[in-house]
Design a binder for this molecule. Structure first.
Ligand SMILES: Cc1ncc(COP(=O)(O)O)c(C=O)c1O
Length: 380
């Protein structure tokens, strides 16, 4: 049964099914051509239905999660091969152990001896064995040990010597790729992510340690890497929905962005060339990821309810439940009254993971028709 967008109460999270499928297929095809395997990161969409679509697109083995809540949700739905790709906090170890005890093939991440010691002690106490990947820092952005540093082998040796920890390999996420803006810089970052991971894996193996997994990935580097020899899996998440930050990097076009927020016009400030909507930061998120890019889209790019461009409109300001819509370039011709009260608009997100995180379901669209509703989870 199809319904029209007008039947929704706004703000509402829309998911364009054709774009979703196209996005999933494009990375799956890339992986096939490189002989690679994807371990999609479900943190972007947090939806079993979207995950099923990625399975249908192919080249997928297992999932990556950013919360144990996601692990629990997908495990209950039948997925057992799960990689929790965030450094483990000691207070989460019992929940991880419980998943493992119930048959989940859960792999954990760490980058220091203190975490390794906590895991080893919990393994003895809880009677489970923890599979572990050591996180590498390949771009100075976040967590991880240096691929050529002493800590890698120190942690590896410690894990191998414990009864309850099993070293599985290395992982990294080249988040620095988000600051790249040319094909050459993306390719250099992708090769760096791969090469430093392969170096770390080789060092572990040369030291007689087990290193089965070499897990790398981010959406920009997954599209830029040209050879995956030695890499066992690529993790990518935001490629499913895409967003304005990815468009700014050049990984997609704005018309590939599958998720948007449907908002209603609630008023006007004609003298300020502004339209007011019910889409504030509670709906869009406060993410300002495009602020650091060549084109700053404020809190999101505004298009018509049919998904078509309305010129160069953006959400210039947001409070909790108000969004201010105006031309991106102040002073550009725009008649706010051309969008009467009650008009519907779509806002394309800066960061799809953050925006989707504000909602508990997707309204599936085909053009301007609603063709279904997919639940999603949030929280921890
Ligand atoms: C550890 C890890 N792996 C993979 C990803 C996926 O990256 P992207 O969303 O760019 O595809 C992320 C995203 O933040 C991540 O933190």
């Amino acid at each position: 049964v199809t319904r029209s967008l007008e039947t929704l109460e706004t703000p509402a999270l829309l998911l364009d099914r054709a774009r979703l499928r196209r996005n999933l297929q494009s990375l799956a095809a890339r992986m096939t051509s490189l002989g690679g395997v994807l371990r999609p990161h479900v943190k972007t969409h947090k939806s079993l239905d979207v995950y099923r679509e990625s399975l249908a697109a192919g080249s997928v083995r297992g999932i990556t999660v950013s919360t144990l809540r996601e692990a629990e949700h997908f495990f209950e739905a039948g997925e057992t091969d799960i990689f929790y790709a965030v450094g483990i906090a000691p207070n989460k170890i019992p929940a991880a152990a419980s998943l493992i005890a119930r048959g989940c093939d859960l792999k954990l991440t760490l980058d220091n001896l203190a975490q390794a010691r906590c895991l080893a002690a919990a393994a003895d106490e809880l009677g489970v064995a923890f599979k572990v990947l050591i996180e590498l820092d390949v771009d100075g952005q976040r967590a991880g040990v240096q691929p050529d540093g002493a800590a890698l082998l120190e942690i590896g040796r410690f894990l191998a010597a414990q009864a309850g920890t099993r070293l599985q390999g290395v992982m990294t996420h080249a988040g620095g790729s988000y600051a790249c803006d040319s094909p050459a810089s993306l390719q250099a970052m992708a090769r760096r992510e791969r090469d430093l991971s392969l170096l770390a894996a080789e060092r572990l193996r040369d030291a007689g340690l087990h290193c089965e997994h070499v897990s790398i990935g981010s959406t920009p580097t997954a599209f830029a890497i040209d050879d995956l020899d030695g890499v066992t899996e690529v993790r990518a998440g935001v490629y499913t929905l895409f967003d304005l930050v990815m468009a700014g990097i050049g990984v997609c076009g704005w018309d590939d962005i599958a998720a948007s927020v449907l908002v209603s016009v609630t008023g006007h400030q004609p003298e300020r060339q502004q339209v007011i909507t019910d889409g504030g930061w509670m709906a869009l998120s406060r993410d300002r990821g495009t602020a650091a890019q060549r084109t700053d889209y404020g809190y999101g790019m505004v298009v018509g309810a049919d998904g078509r461009s309305l010129g160069d409109l953006i959400v210039t300001a947001a409070s909790q439940e108000h969004g201010i819509v105006a031309p991106r370039v102040a002073g550009d011709a725009f008649d706010p009254l051309s969008l009467p009260v009650g008009s519907l608009l779509r806002v394309l997100p800066n960061h799809a993971c953050a925006t989707a995180g504000q909602f508990d379901r997707y309204h599936l669209t085909q053009g301007t028709s609603l063709i279904g509703e997919w639940p999603k989870i949030n929280g921890w």
